[in-house]
Write a protein that binds this ligand. Structure first.
Ligand SMILES: *Cc1c(COP(=O)(O)O)cnc(C)c1O
Length: 373
């Protein structure tokens, strides 16, 4: 038997892969007159805890060793901090990896994932990469709509993703609504609550969903070290899961998917409660300040419970938002364009240092003054 050689053929990825628009990260930008303010990726302006940095540096002496593939010390530290069973925690190289692994493990070709209209982009990318079909439920007032999501559950739905609070809108569902969503889902559907910004939320009716995971067999909560803990560069996230889901994730993940420097830095960051509190306090001061000032400029501010604000410019086609973005860039300020989310007339602005926040407001005031005049 001989293989026929077809020199015109090229390797083709599986269906779905070429439907993916690759994720475009927030710009790191170029300094203008020595100044650069990156408000494009919801990073904390306070950096990482000095204790986490110290732990990371100490890890440099042992780079020849493989990390602990079970991430035991990190899972125990997370368990101790939140009162969770470490056996039900799975760590990943950022929660992005865990989103991908969940799709990889639970979707067969043609299976559906379901999320809301302006839900985090990775849900779509991970779904298509796994050969699944993304299904989008409409929102109400830029907020996930439980009834709309439940109405779109089909025989093929395997995963419902809910970012709570959601990025890029900054809106959230009260815990009662999350419980109602869960109660309306068939047991075979996995509800994935992505609580990347949970630490920032200051609302009595909010919960990241730990109790729901503890008491249900089909709920997973995702958390990350990239946001309030300031460790985005190290790629570290975790999932709190039912035992059966943890077992599945442990089968499909890479055996050393989390690096040792990331683990030790993560443990130190978790244990530095004072540093985390300072980051929350900073946001509590500047989120309302920035929201009020931007609204005062006549921009549409979607009330946010995260560390970022979705700001609408008064035209539908996105020209003003694009012009405002260009003007900000000319001053060394980088925020996030929202075309990829179908929100072309909006920009998403991360809460920054006091200096950055004041500069954003002054610069946008100048922009609007020029273009209105
Ligand atoms: C930033 C973010 C993540 C996490 O990212 P990792 O850096 O991969 O942990 C997950 N979900 C949402 C909604 C986010 O905004």
């Amino acid at each position: 038997m001989s293989l026929q050689v077809d020199s015109a053929a090229t390797p083709e990825p599986k269906p779905g892969v070429l439907d993916i628009s690759a994720y475009v990260p927030g710009s790191s930008g170029k300094a203008v007159a020595g100044r650069l303010f990156k408000l494009s990726s919801n990073e904390t302006p306070l950096g990482a805890s000095p204790k986490a940095i110290e732990a990371f540096r100490a890890a440099a002496d042992h780079l020849q060793h493989y990390p602990d593939g079970a991430a035991t010390a990190l899972r125990e530290a997370i368990g101790a901090k939140y009162g969770l069973n470490p056996a039900r925690i799975v760590c990943g190289a950022g929660s992005d990896e865990l989103i991908g692994l969940l799709c990889h493990a639970y979707l067969s070709p043609g299976d559906e994932t379901l999320y809301s209209q302006h839900g985090f982009l990775m849900y779509k990318i991970a779904t298509l990469a796994s050969g699944g079909r993304p299904v989008v439920a409409p929102e109400r007032g830029l907020t996930a709509d439980v009834d709309a999501i439940l109405a779109m559950v089909s025989e093929r739905t395997r995963i419902v993703f809910l970012a709570n609070p959601n990025n890029p809108t900054g809106t959230y569902l009260p815990y009662e609504e999350v419980q109602r969503l869960h109660a309306g889902l068939p047991g075979r559907v996995l509800l994935v609550i992505d609580a990347a910004y949970a630490e920032y939320v200051r609302r009595n009716d909010y919960s990241a969903g730990i109790d729901l995971v503890a008491n249900a067999r089909n709920v997973v909560m995702l958390r990350t070290f990239s946001k309030i803990h300031g460790l985005a560069a190290l790629r570290l996230g975790w999932a709190y899961c039912p035992e059966a889901v943890a077992d599945v994730l442990n089968r499909v993940r890479g055996p050393f998917n989390v690096s040792h420097p990331a683990m030790v830095a993560g443990i130190a960051a978790l244990q530095d409660a004072a540093f985390t509190e300072a980051a929350v306090a900073h946001n509590e001061r500047w989120l309302p300040w920035l929201s009020d000032r931007l609204a005062g400029l006549g921009l549409t501010v979607t009330p946010s419970v995260g560390n970022f604000i979705l700001v609408g410019f008064p035209d539908a086609d996105g020209r003003r938002a694009a012009d405002a973005d260009a003007f900000l860039i000319s001053r060394g300020i980088y925020v996030r364009r929202m075309e990829a989310y179908g929100l072309a007339s909006c920009l998403r602005i991360t809460v920054g240092t006091e200096e950055a926040n004041r500069l954003v407001v002054d610069t946008l005031a100048e922009f609007l003054g020029r273009t209105d005049g």
